[in-house]
Design a protein around this ligand. Structure first.
Ligand SMILES: [Zn+2]
Length: 317
């Protein structure tokens, strides 16, 4: 067995102002028991000023955030945060941009309390035409503002799973790589779902090369990566599932290339697997993270994708 000291691998832990102590402790214990060393705190249902809407919760407080972080031995964990869904950089409406920025501000605050490295967020989707230059302007503005406010956590917009969402891998690496101190989140299941070519070795190598050119990656400034199983439809992502289910995300192939290229010390791997609602399957994000670790620590190398990418190969790039 290969010991990968440089591996940063984990799962997410949901947080809101109303999180129950019991649920949190359960999750913390699962993570510790599995000896994972990375946690992505999920603020997905949080929002400011809309607390009367069912399913929407206020952000965690400073005291709460710090006490959750203290449940882990801080120095041994790599922390990050996933922002709420209510952030959009694609919208051209001033009021919506303002509201997005307020939610991002609250998210950055929590991330700094947790001592998290970055904030992963979905940058939004396009209704009609893809207006990438508008999003670029917004992201630049947010980055300048983040620095003015002296927030420590970096911004890391995520590769979107739907064809209409911002953005595909190459657009994102080009835009965020051009903004000083900005990062991006490479969700390989989203990349796959929207028709990104991660099913052959050469294409994956090409992506790693782009990442190396765009960012200064090392063991303290890791590229956030998400992985999970994925069910793909005509417009891209339908929903997450367990590894090996759905349309067969080529995680073993991608991880083999990461390993061969000594890239594991430059990435932060978060497993987002889950059993889809209403389905019966054995497993969860923790067991899939362990599956990934077992694969990475073994001598196995996968050179070829054997699955079927679904019906999306017409726009693979
Ligand atoms: Zn993701």
């Amino acid at each position: 067995m290969v010991k990968l000291l440089d591996l940063s691998l984990g799962v997410s832990l949901s947080m809101t102002r109303f999180l129950s102590q019991e649920k949190t402790l359960n999750r913390v214990n699962q993570i510790k028991k599995a000896k994972l060393n990375s946690v992505e705190f999920g603020l997905l249902s949080c929002a400011i000023g809309q607390t009367r809407i069912p399913g929407i919760n206020p952000f965690p407080t400073e005291k709460q955030s710090k006490s959750v972080a203290e449940l882990f031995d801080n120095s041994e964990y790599y922390f990050s945060v996933h922002a709420p869904y209510r952030i959009s950089a694609t919208t051209e409406e001033e009021s919506k941009l303002k509201y997005s920025k307020s939610n991002l501000s609250a998210t950055l605050k929590v991330t700094d309390w947790l001592n998290g490295h970055h904030v992963t967020f979905h940058a939004g989707s396009f209704k009609k035409k893809h207006n990438n230059s508008h999003v670029e302007k917004v992201l630049k503005n947010w980055e300048e503002w983040r620095q003015e406010k002296a927030y420590n956590a970096k911004l890391a917009p995520e590769v979107g799973g739907k064809y209409n969402s911002f953005a595909d891998f190459f657009t994102l690496v080009e835009i965020t790589g051009g903004i000083d101190n900005c990062l991006m989140t490479w969700d390989i299941s989203h990349d796959f779902a929207r028709g990104g070519n991660i099913i052959d070795e050469g294409a994956i190598l090409n992506r790693l090369e782009k990442l190396d050119q765009a960012f200064d990656l090392n063991s303290t400034n890791r590229l956030p990566m998400h992985f999970s199983g994925m069910v793909v439809g005509k417009t891209g992502e339908k929903h997450h599932t367990l590894l090996g289910k759905g349309n067969g995300v080529p995680w073993e192939l991608v991880f083999s290339v990461l390993k061969e290229q000594n890239f594991l010390s430059k990435v932060n791997l978060i497993c987002e697997s889950k059993v889809p609602k209403g389905e019966k399957m054995k497993g969860n994000s923790v067991s899939d993270a362990l599956k990934a670790r077992e694969f990475l620590e073994s001598n196995q190398v996968v050179k070829q994708y054997k699955g079927k990418p679904g019906n999306l190969d017409f726009y693979f790039n």
